[in-house]
Design a protein around this ligand. Structure first.
Ligand code: FES
Length: 127
């Protein structure tokens, strides 16, 4: 994995359980980092259905629900719960070393269709 693929997020100790924090300067849409049961997870902050920030939705357990039409995405895998979204979103593994969180693209995430453009998958493939 190259350094281009990882993103330093800083110290996230203040992020409460059930909370979310957005990092807008990563990829085309940014990522939303969620803390669930003490663990950190990251998703591309963009619903695969109609380009809506998922960070404006509601986090319940591991499910982040889109504010516009209600599809939920599993923050552990990026998988979607069903229509109207027809695919998942890219997700990130968040590791913490010496108090600093770093996001890595999760290779097996349920990121979108190969033909889609503008997502983080394209961002990483072109670097
Ligand atoms: S924009 Fe998210 S489900 Fe429609």
């Amino acid at each position: 994995m190259s350094d281009d693929e990882c993103h330093e997020l800083g110290n996230l100790d203040d992020l409460q359980d059930g909370g979310m924090q957005v990092f807008e300067d990563i990829g085309d849409y940014g990522i939303v980092v969620c803390r669930v049961n003490g663990e950190l997870f990251g998703l591309e902050d963009n619903c695969s259905h109609a380009d809506t920030p998922l960070s404006e939705g509601r986090l319940r357990g591991h499910q982040l629900t889109c504010p516009l039409h209600g599809t939920s995405f599993d923050v552990r895998t990026g998988e979607h719960s069903g229509p109207p979204a027809y695919e998942g979103v890219p997700c990130f593994k968040i590791l913490v070393e010496d108090g600093v969180a770093v996001a890595f693209p999760q290779e097996d995430s349920a990121k979108g269709d190969e033909g889609a453009s503008g997502g983080l998958g394209d961002f990483f493939q072109t670097r």
